[in-house]
Design a protein around this ligand. Sequence first.
Ligand code: ADP
Ligand code: ZN
Length: 616
Amino acid sequence: MTPLEILGDVFGHAAFRPLQGEIVDHVVGGGDAFVLMPTGGGKSVCYQVPALAREGTAIVVSPLVALMKDQVDALLRHGVRAAAYNSSLDGDEARSVLTRLHRGELDLLYVAPERLVSESFVARFDDVQLALIAIDEAHCVSQWGHDFRPEYSQLGQLGKRFPGVPRIALTATADPHTRADILTQLDMEDAVFFVGGFDRPNITYRVQEKRRPNDQLLSFLEKYEGESGIVYCLSRKRTESVAELLLGAGIAADAYHAGLPTAQRRQVQEDFLSDEVRVVCATVAFGMGIDKPNVRFVVHHDMPKSIESYYQETGRAGRDGLPSEALLLHGAQDVALVHRLIDGGDDPKQIRLEQQKLRLMSGYANGATCRHQALVSYFGEEHPGNCGHCDICLDPRETVDATEAAQMVLSCVFRVDQRFGLQHVLDVLMGSMSKKVVERGHDKISTHGIGVGYGREWLGRVAQHLIHAGTLEQDLAQYSVLKLTAAAGPVLRGEESVEVAALSKAPTETRRRSSSRRKSRDAREILAEVDGVEGVDPADVAGSQVALFEELRALRREISQREGIPAYRVFNDRTLRAMCQRLPSRTEDLLDVPGVGEKTADLYGDAFLEVLREHG
Ligand code: ADP
Ligand code: ZN
């Protein structure tokens, strides 16, 4: 049977989803694949179809007994010969599975990772024909991931142990660093990458400041009468108190957490699946492997620990593709509490990592960038923003031109050699004389203290925006140091403006003018320097025009300094380049250059024409 026939005849799907077809072909052809697809994206098909299309038995490594059971049950219903081998089997059952494996009677065998640590167990596969090896929830292999499983680290051996058997690693949750780490750990650097659409356009993401959470929750739920949803809470106690609150309001709710007896937990799951219980108030343990398509909303009553978990948990809404909503109630106290919980850990490296992840999460919550854009850019995917279904895009806040503050942040990142994190950069901008600042000599650099007029909170907000918009990147693998991306150049050169949603107490135009005027002149000088460092991209300006371009730019700098306005308000770089090409000599010609308006021509035209005529 062809893969497409298998998909139809066995699984009852008419067509592959876009990425599935490519992945299946690749693996059936014997290639290794790394599949990054969000929950509900259809990862199982990617290895189950090749498992049937290829000769022999597919080994599937899966971390949770419950997940395995669901998968095996589903496969058996489709008439596929599947079995699981894990600690839930008694001796007889385990022997019977192995017998079937050796007789070639299994298409898929799900195995717990700890089994594969034992060489004597792995040796059983030596005289079995293997169709492929699938590693599900592959992020468990990485210490950077949120679910590290030491047993997974053995899986890197499988490639050498079974050469020629294609391997496919699958995960829903991996930021770019974790992704690279997974490939190294699994020794799969040559695998072909398949990154599926992380955007979930049917989910409307909202963040609210947590004021009176009970009222906020109840008023949110009013919109969803009769619909199913999940409310995630930080503690067991809170799942219970929130469930009580909802019951009191006449909503069929129940609590779910790891402290409940297994039977009770199973009951809650079943009641939720059968719509007996409408809202489950749960800790993060809830939802793994539950395939309920019509979850209409997910509320985070408390702050999630990382963007990965937030994405995964909110992703349980709207699997049927219908409009759904994710609400995050976010409060500074929760963040402090989670920080303390993390601090209670005993592995310093882990503590540091988790704190960085929490900071990113808190940055997201405080952020003013399109939520869809911020989320998918975290996973390394691009998004144009302006999604039309997140709180930022739906209720646009008043925005403030933050170009100058953004330039300060970017220059400072550059000045500290792109080797320090956000807090240090803010310390320097605010003129701190802390030991760390002084020891590194950062009290001597030109950006020291230039941000005082803006205040730390605003600069922090602007920096977060730059991170979410992809102008700065935070290197998670390296203490979250901030680095400039290619997008930083235009902002630094004043070619592009930066708009940031106002804080309720954003610095007003006048307040910041009075206090930061002198300082910001310093910033402009730095910019001139940074500008010099970057130079002109020779691809953009023909060789003979470089000198002219530089002259025009010097003139622009002079005007912008004299008038105290950003350079891009005079003319942007694109306009200057066009001037170099067209060499206008009269005002009418100048007006034909893209980016030149009546007003700017009137104000600055003569000065620019003078320079241009000299080169004409
Ligand atoms: P994941 O493992 O990525 O979370 P699953 O493999 O469980 O996702 O698939 C999610 C849902 O999508 C399942 O209900 C599955 O039946 C459905 N599905 C997967 N592939 C297809 C397809 N090609 N056509 C229709 N439905 C599909
Ligand atoms: Zn948006």
